[in-house]
Design a protein around this ligand. Structure first.
Ligand code: FAD
Length: 487
């Protein structure tokens, strides 16, 4: 039997688990990092953002993690860490496609939205090829002499006077005795399962599922846009050097290009509009959907699935929220506590914001009486964030078929994001504060009002809804007080 006796056991060595293991060690905790897989391994959740990079930089500075600084930006990653493949991300691009018709750029740009995230290539954010980035971080964990165990499946976690994390490394039983367990196992939610904590889609409004994979030889969207007569000189950045969202009927496709020629692409489908067929293979469904949109079909005509995903991966409903994500002596990263949808790519940033909060809790309350109270508060915050993101995303799904309204509704996310960024830079985000200012009562009221209106509008035929310009003015009016804050 393999045994460890530690202060902190971290389950899951994605970027979140590796960061927590390094921070734990910096805080003087004897730490072990355990994963059932071994690096490099494929995983999804690849698009970083200005907020993600800002929080990551802060963590690097606060906990002297200088060796990982390279991954904060595309340009520095290329120069300092060429082994970790990234893709340049200048912003968020959205294009609306019509079934049966090639994409037709419009002079008034009413079927597209480009939101810059940074001013130039030097300061650009990055898409993370997670196999590489997670492996890079895992190597840093090892280089810091933290104990690691790969190919070790955690099967149960129990508590007597300390935690006992039980699992297997091959055939060999493993027991880790720990004061604190940090669950970074993502959707597996090892601690939730071990402690019998329910996690379900209860109360979440977004209802989507996805099909995704890594491809090579995907045609360039930038070229397709130009060939269709689009004027790229009017764009604030090259439109495909971004998290590209192609909106279709009842869903959307993401496209993220990496510098090694691989493109991550996935269809995210509203489950009510595209019910799940258990007898349909994801590859088959992908073709059925993509073939309806000639410009997308053309882009994927010569594309092949990359060896990382020999077949497309299909999921059931993506949304889940756990009753709790922390308690006495344990905590889960935010994506253990819940997940909504890849729209706008909130995942990485939310996890980093959660890590910042957890690190502060461990730093200030380890061994003190208030530790459990702090963890309970963290758990409530994760729920608040998940519900808030659900509202933002749900509102966007309700307007997805009506692009000008979708563009107006998306402002909710960008304003919340800018507000969080500004408060963070001003040092006004304290450990108890939520990602995207989800705990700001006023902002939550505005979001609730907008969700109520778009829900009502969605029940009416398009021609009976108010004019998109009036709708946009109304949204601007709602967001006005928060724009001033974030100006
Ligand atoms: C389809 C989809 C698209 C997404 N797109 C984006 C995006 O564009 N941008 C974004 O920011 N976020 C996105 N996300 C969210 C993102 O995937 C996650 O937030 C992110 O991957 C979580 O990273 P992590 O390190 O916490 O966990 P993970 O990367 O999930 O790592 C968990 C680790 O735990 C290990 N593990 C699991 N169970 C056990 C066990 N029993 N014993 C031992 N080890 C175990 C696994 O092997 C794995 O290595 C997306 C999510 C989905 C589902």
């Amino acid at each position: 039997m393999i045994q460890f006796d530690v202060d902190l056991a971290v389950i899951g060595s994605g970027f979140g688990g590796s960061l927590m293991a390094m921070i734990g060690q910096r805080l003087g905790l004897r730490t072990v990092l355990i994963d059932r897989a071994s690096h490099p391994r494929f995983t999804i959740g690849e698009s970083s953002s200005p907020v993600a990079n800002m929080v990551l930089r802060d963590l690097i500075q606060r906990y002297s993690l200088n060796r990982i600084e390279a991954i904060c930006q595309y340009a520095s990653a290329e120069q300092m860490n060429p082994e970790a493949t990234m893709g340049i991300k200048r912003g968020f691009s959205y294009f609306r496609h019509e079934a049966g018709q090639p994409f037709q750029p419009r002079d008034d740009r009413s079927n597209e939205l480009l939101v810059p995230g940074n001013p130039d290539d030097q300061t650009a954010d990055a898409h993370w090829l997670r196999a590489d980035v997670d492996q890079f971080l895992f190597k840093q964990v090892r280089a810091s002499s933290i104990a690691t165990m790969e190919r070790t499946d955690v099967t149960d976690v129990t508590h007597e006077d300390r935690w006992c994390v039980a699992g297997y490394h091959g055939e060999e039983p493993v027991r880790v005795w720990a004061e604190f367990v940090l669950d970074a196992s993502g959707g597996t939610g090892v601690m939730l399962k071990s402690l019998g904590i329910p996690s379900s889609d209860d109360g979440l409004k977004t209802k989507s599922r996805t099909l995704y994979g890594h491809f090579t030889d995907v045609g360039s969207w930038y070229d397709a846009y130009r060939e269709a007569g689009g004027r790229v000189e009017n764009h604030p950045y090259r439109c495909d050097e971004a998290a590209v969202h192609h909106l279709i009927d009842g869903g959307w496709m993401w496209q993220l290009r990496f510098r090694n020629g691989v493109t991550s692409a996935g269809l995210v489908l509203d489950q009510d509009r595209h019910p799940y067929h258990p007898d349909r293979y994801p590859d088959e469904e992908w073709h059925l959907v993509v073939e309806r949109y000639p410009t997308l079909a053309q882009q994927f005509k010569g594309a092949r699935l990359h060896e990382a995903t020999p077949h497309l991966i299909g999921t059931g409903r993506l949304q889940r929220i756990a009753e709790r994500s922390a308690g006495a002596g344990w905590a889960g990263l935010p994506n253990v506590g819940g997940f909504v949808d890849p729209l706008h790519g909130t995942g990485i940033a939310q996890i980093l914001a959660g890590i910042e909060r957890l690190a502060a809790i461990l730093e200030h309350s380890w061994g003190r009486d208030d530790l459990t109270d702090q963890l309970e508060a963290y758990s409530r915050t994760v729920r608040t964030e998940t519900e808030f993101i659900d509202s933002l995303v749900h509102a966007c799904y309700l307007t997805m078929d009506d692009f000008p309204r979708f563009a107006s509704t998306s402002k909710l996310y960008f304003v919340a994001s800018a507000m969080y960024e500004q408060r963070f830079r001003e040092g006004r985000i304290r450990p108890e504060h939520a990602f995207l200012c989800a705990d700001d009562e006023g902002l939550r009221d505005v979001v609730a009002r907008i969700v109520e209106r778009v829900t009502r509008d969605a029940q009416q035929p398009t021609e009976e809804r108010s004019d998109p310009a009036e709708f946009d003015r109304w949204i601007e009016q709602q967001l006005e007080p928060y724009r001033q804050v974030s100006a």
